[in-house]
Design a protein around this ligand. Structure first.
Ligand code: OAD
Length: 239
């Protein structure tokens, strides 16, 4: 195999990717949006109305995250880097892809372990595991107010253009663990070039366009199956 020209494998992940790490999904039974009003805790209006509640919501998410570990699915994606040029585009705000060792991760909806200044020009700061809590009074060293580095509903998704460019260059596109309910993330599949194989791993898959190969399994089980299939395709001699 020519290792200098690895096929570009683009993997788009949602909350289901981290479910086996013990992180709650949003729309499954018992998920976060059953316990919290999304427009109160994750929208621009909600943050303007009650920033205290929003800070508390993300503080709790951070405390859950630092106790969690990457799962076998995250590790399988890293392992695929041996044979593929792997790019992860994630709706997840956790850092489990990075902690597993993925080299290229684009976060569409922000990052839980970071905060940013409220007023532009935005400055982004990483939080340390021993300093997870923020409040509406949190400020940087220059006295500028801070907020979670999360893309709230009603806000633009700055990384979408980068993500679209990555998807346009995919040789193989894989979607994992998302209900495909949130745009523009759910529209990424529309930018795959004609003829590119598309896989979707999810135990309760949403309806998908014709031609998508659905693997109705969890992220770790589905990735084990997909890795075998992709590697067997790679080992076949070219036509
Ligand atoms: P959802 O909660 O909407 O969907 C989770 C998906 O994961 C569902 O399709 C489940 O069937 C699937 N799932 C559950 N367990 C799984 C497992 N073990 N392995 C694989 N899949 C599993 O989460 P998202 O689609 O990621 O945005 O939600 C998208 C966005 O909505 C989130 O990024 C968040 C939320 O509101 C913001 O907060 C901005």
């Amino acid at each position: 195999m020519n290792q200098t020209h690895k096929p570009k494998l683009v993997i788009s992940t949602g909350a289901g990717m981290s479910a086996e790490s013990g992180i709650s999904t949003f729309r499954d039974s018992g998920g976060l949006w059953e316990q919290h009003n999304v427009m109160d805790v994750a929208s621009a209006d909600g943050f303007a109305r009650n920033p205290e509640l929003v800070h508390r919501f993300y503080n709790a998410r951070r405390h859950d995250l630092v106790k969690a570990q990457p799962n076998a699915g995250h590790r399988a994606i890293v392992d695929l880097e041996k044979d593929f040029d792997v790019y992860v585009i994630t709706q997840n705000v956790d850092d489990l892809h990075e902690r597993a060792g993925s080299s290229h991760v684009t976060h569409l909806h922000g990052e839980l372990m970071k905060v940013r200044t409220i007023d532009p020009p935005y400055r982004v700061y990483a939080l340390s595991p021993d300093n997870l809590d923020t409040t509406p009074e949190s400020r940087d060293a220059d006295g500028r107010l801070l907020r979670p580095h999360i893309v709230f509903f009603q806000e633009a998704v700055p990384e979408i253009e980068t993500a679209i460019e990555i998807v346009r260059e995919a040789d193989i596109f894989v979607v994992i663990g998302t209900s495909m309910a949130v745009y523009p993330a759910a529209s990424l599949i529309n930018f795959v070039r004609p003829g590119v194989p598309v896989y979707y791993i999810d135990p309760r898959p949403a309806p998908t366009p014709a031609g998508v190969k659905v693997i109705a399994k969890t992220a770790s089980e589905g990735l084990a199956e997909l890795s075998r299939e992709l590697r067997s395709i790679l080992s076949q001699p070219p036509l």
